[in-house]
Design a protein around this ligand. Structure first.
Ligand SMILES: [Zn+2]
Length: 353
């Protein structure tokens, strides 16, 4: 299968972009991060380091340590959503170096910013929900995320066991998924061709560093069994939170899973494709918006990935209005629970032959 391409002229997007640019001129602001984002970033990093140091060097009793491990997992997801994700898109700051540093936080936390850049920026943001291309909906054979994916008998239970898969996702990411991409040389249908020697060194160096940080050092200081239990709680919370937040944005009822023509053509404009394959959730919930780094404003994020998430509540009004004018459905769930229920129903429906 070749990488798809969009054939329609981007008239909706040109108009929308003009309106959003006009907004930034009117409020005299840049699309990158601001003090609100930087204070949040500092809070997340300081809290993460403080809890890590407390757990490893001042290990409290188990009934305090275990909740702290869970909070460490939440903070890891929070750093991913708010710092790494914006940095990876170049929207964290005007400074390229700061964006690189923000994106690099993923390497310290166990992932690979190089692989993430191709998987997320190149593939997922271009070909959202296109089966066979978008790696985010490829959980084969464990989950059937859309109609075009092969049905297997155990999918009838997928609306139950997805919880376990999401919980082990970060463990898999740390120890398997990046290596699979690295050794295959492909992410989906996209070939990884431009990995320089320094990127190989960073890949292996940061993998080792994250294992040292989260496993080897705690084992040396705290001991094997307590580390294994704590690490288990930490990766379970991180994995579940990251998986569910990303899935709520695309694999819910009403989002589209377009199928390209034989020659790879998608008869749509890229921006309309983005709106039709994406959903927002809980956009009025300030805590969810703060924690998710604007991933609950996923429509705005997919239309303007180079705009920092801190601006999404403001520009969502413009996007909503434009969608209404152009007759494009703007999918939104009022609460996290309604989006989770919709994701559950989608999995249950796809689990029927
Ligand atoms: Zn993104």
């Amino acid at each position: 299968m070749q990488a798809p391409r969009f054939t329609a002229t981007p008239s909706f997007y040109n108009d929308l972009r003009r309106r959003v640019n006009q907004y930034f001129t009117e409020v005299n602001s840049t699309p990158t991060g601001n003090w609100q984002l930087y204070s949040k970033a500092i809070f997340l990093i300081v809290a993460h380091v403080a809890i890590y140091v407390t757990l490893v060097f001042f290990t409290p009793v188990w009934w305090i340590s275990l909740p702290l491990c869970a909070i460490l997992g939440l903070l890891t997801a929070g750093i991913g959503f708010n710092i790494m994700h914006d940095g990876g898109h170049g929207s964290f700051s005007k400074s390229k170096a700061l964006n690189r540093a923000a994106a690099f936080s993923l390497n310290i936390l166990g992932g690979s910013d190089f692989m993430w850049n191709i998987k997320h920026n190149v593939i997922h943001h271009s070909f959202t929900n296109v089966d066979g291309v978008d790696d985010d909906i490829d959980v084969n054979p464990f989950l059937r995320m859309c109609r075009t994916q092969t049905y297997r008998w155990f999918h009838r239970f997928q609306h139950v066991y997805f919880v376990i898969l999401y919980a082990v996702m970060y463990l898999f990411w740390m120890f398997f998924l990046d290596y699979k991409k690295y050794f295959r040389g492909y992410i989906g249908v996209v070939e990884i061709t431009h990995m320089k020697p320094v990127q190989h060194i960073i890949f292996w160096g940061s993998k080792f560093f994250s294992y040292f940080l989260f496993l080897i050092l705690p084992i040396l200081v705290v001991g094997f069994v307590p580390t294994l239990i704590g690490f288990g709680v930490f990766v379970t919370v991180t994995g579940f939170v990251i998986s569910i937040i990303f899935q709520l944005a695309h694999t819910v009822e009403h989002t589209d899973f377009p199928i390209p023509a034989e020659d790879g053509k998608i008869e749509n404009e890229w921006a309309i494709h983005q709106v039709q394959t994406t959903a927002n959730f809980a956009t009025r919930n300030k805590l969810v918006t703060w924690f998710c780094g604007g991933l609950n404003f996923q429509i705005e994020h997919h239309l303007f990935p180079k705009v920092s998430h801190i601006h999404y509540p403001a520009i969502s009004r413009i996007v909503r209005e434009a969608c209404q004018e152009y007759g494009i459905q703007y999918i939104e769930f009022p609460r996290v629970t309604s989006a989770v229920a919709s994701h559950y129903r989608l999995l249950r429906n796809l689990g029927r032959a």
